[in-house]
Design a protein around this ligand. Structure first.
Ligand SMILES: NC(=O)C1=CN([C@@H]2O[C@H](COP(=O)(O)OP(=O)(O)OC[C@H]3O[C@@H](n4cnc5c(N)ncnc54)[C@H](O)[C@@H]3O)[C@@H](O)[C@H]2O)C=CC1
Ligand SMILES: NCC(=O)COP(=O)(O)O
Length: 339
C-alpha cells in the first residue's frame, strides 16, 4: 500500500497581516488551485474571526498534524499553537510576537519528527519581531538556526532564492543596510552561495548543469575597476574558482542589462550582490507567481514573495497566487520525483 503523503505545515505569520486571509482563501479554493494538503499552526479564534470578517464560510477542525491529510478535504486543519489572538487587521500587537515565532518553530519541529513534508511560511513583520528580541534578520536565517538544532549532523547554510516561471534569483547578501554590502561581500561568500544554489538546482529542481549568471556590484561591473574595485578583486576571483569547481558560472555581469527577455534565456539563475539588485527585477517580472525558497537547508521551506500587506488584511482584496504557488512548490520540492 502506498504511504499517505505528509501534509505541509503552514506557519501563521503576522496576525495583523494578510497571512490568515491567504490561508482561508487557499483552503476554500483548494480544488481549483490544485493545492496539496496542509495544516496551519496558529490560533483558531483568529482564523474564525478573519473568516467572518471576509464573509467566508470555512469549516475548521482542531487536529494534530497526523490527522491533517484526512481532515483536509472537509475542513481547514488547525493545530492550535499559542494563546488566543485578537483579530485586528493592520494593527500590530506586541503580545502576538511570541506566537508568530512559536508557529515557525513548531512547524520545523513537525518536519523533524516526520509529521510534515515541508514548511510554508506566511509573511512576518520583521521590525515587529525585532522589538521583542527576535535576533534574526528574517525567516531565512532563523530557519538556518532551527536546522542546526534539529539536524545537528547536517550542514545548514540558508540561501534565499526568489523563483518565478520567468526568473530565478539569489541575493548573496540579504537583509543588511546597503552601506554594509561592500564590506560584507567576500569571495568565499559568493562561492559558497553559488555552490549551494548549483547543488540545490541539481538535486531539488532537476537541472543537470545549472547556468549561473553572477552580477557585478558596481555600475557596468566596475568598468575595468574604474568605477569600484570589488568586481575585479572580489567577484571575478569567485567566478574563476566556481568554474574550476565545475560550476557553470559567468560574469561579473552589468546588472542593468541582465534581466531583459533575451538576456534571461542565457542563464537559469542570477546571483545578485545585494537584496534589491535581484529582488526588484524578480518581483517586477513575477510578483504574483514567484515563490521565496530557502536553499541549503536539510528540509524544504517556501513562502510567498510578498510581505504582510497590512492595508489589505481583512479586506478580501488579496491575490493568493504566490501563496498557492508556494504550497504547490513545497510539495514538489519535498517530493522531487514529481518533477
Ligand atoms: N517572507 C516574509 O516574511 C516577508 C515579510 N515582509 C515584511 O512585510 C512587511 C511589509 O513589507 P512591504 O515592503 O510593504 O511589502 P508587501 O509585499 O507587504 O507590500 C508591497 C505592496 O504589494 C501589495 N501586496 C503585497 N502582497 C499582496 C497580495 N497578496 N495581493 C495583493 N497585493 C499585495 C501591498 O498592498 C503593497 O502595496 C515588512 O514588515 C516586511 O518585513 C516582506 C517580504 C517577505
Ligand atoms: N525580501 C524578502 C524577504 O523579506 C523574505 O525574507 P525571509 O523572511 O524569507 O528571510
Amino acid at each position: 500500500m502506498k504511504p499517505t503523503p505528509l501534509p505541509l505545515a503552514v506557519s501563521m505569520g503576522e496576525p495583523a497581516g494578510i497571512g490568515p486571509d491567504l490561508v482561508l482563501l487557499a483552503w476554500k479554493n483548494r480544488k481549483s488551485l490544485q493545492l496539496p494538503p496542509f495544516y496551519i499552526r496558529g490560533d483558531r479564534a483568529l482564523f474564525e474571526s478573519r473568516a467572518a470578517r471576509l464573509g467566508l464560510n470555512v469549516r475548521m477542525a482542531d487536529i494534530s498534524p497526523e490527522e491533517a491529510v484526512q481532515v483536509f478535504t472537509k475542513s481547514l486543519p488547525i493545530v492550535q499553537t499559542g494563546p488566543i489572538i485578537e483579530d485586528k487587521p493592520g494593527e500590530e500587537q506586541e503580545a502576538t510576537a511570541r506566537s508568530v515565532v512559536m508557529s515557525i518553530e513548531k512547524c520545523v519541529e513537525d518536519i523533524a519528527n516526520g509529521l510534515a513534508a515541508a514548511i510554508v511560511t506566511n509573511p512576518i513583520n520583521k521590525a515587529a519581531l525585532y522589538k521583542t528580541g527576535f535576533s534574526f534578520p528574517g525567516h531565512t536565517e532563523f530557519l538556518g538556526d532551527l536546522a542546526k538544532k534539529h539536524w545537528p549532523d547536517q550542514h545548514a547554510n540558508p540561501v534565499m532564492m526568489i523563483a518565478g516561471p520567468e526568473l530565478m534569483v539569489v541575493p548573496v547578501t540579504i537583509h543588511i543596510p546597503l552601506k554594509d554590502v561592500p564590506d560584507t561581500l567576500k569571495t568565499d561568500l559568493i562561492i559558497e552561495t553559488a555552490r549551494i544554489t548549483a547543488d540545490d538546482l541539481k538535486t531539488r529542481f532537476g537541472y543537470s548543469d545549472p547556468r549561473l549568471a553572477v552580477c557585478g556590484l558596481n555600475p557596468h561591473a566596475g568598468e575595468n575597476a574604474t568605477m569600484g574595485t570589488e568586481d575585479r578583486d572580489v567577484v571575478e576571483p569567485a567566478i574563476k574558482k566556481l568554474i574550476e569547481m565545475g560550476i557553470t558560472a559567468t560574469g561579473p555581469h552589468s546588472a542593468d542589462t541582465l534581466f531583459h527577455a533575451a538576456a534571461r534565456k542565457t542563464y537559469d539563475c542570477v546571483l545578485g550582490m545585494y537584496h534589491d539588485q535581484v529582488l526588484v527585477p524578480a518581483k517586477t517580472i513575477g510578483f504574483d507567481d514567484s515563490v521565496n525558497i530557502t536553499l541549503g537547508l536539510p528540509f524544504v521551506r517556501t513562502s510567498p514573495d510578498h510581505g504582510t500587506a497590512y492595508s489589505l488584511a481583512g479586506t478580501g482584496s488579496v491575490r493568493i497566487d504566490s501563496f498557492a504557488a508556494s504550497l504547490r512548490m513545497a510539495s514538489v520540492l519535498a517530493n522531487p520525483e514529481r518533477l
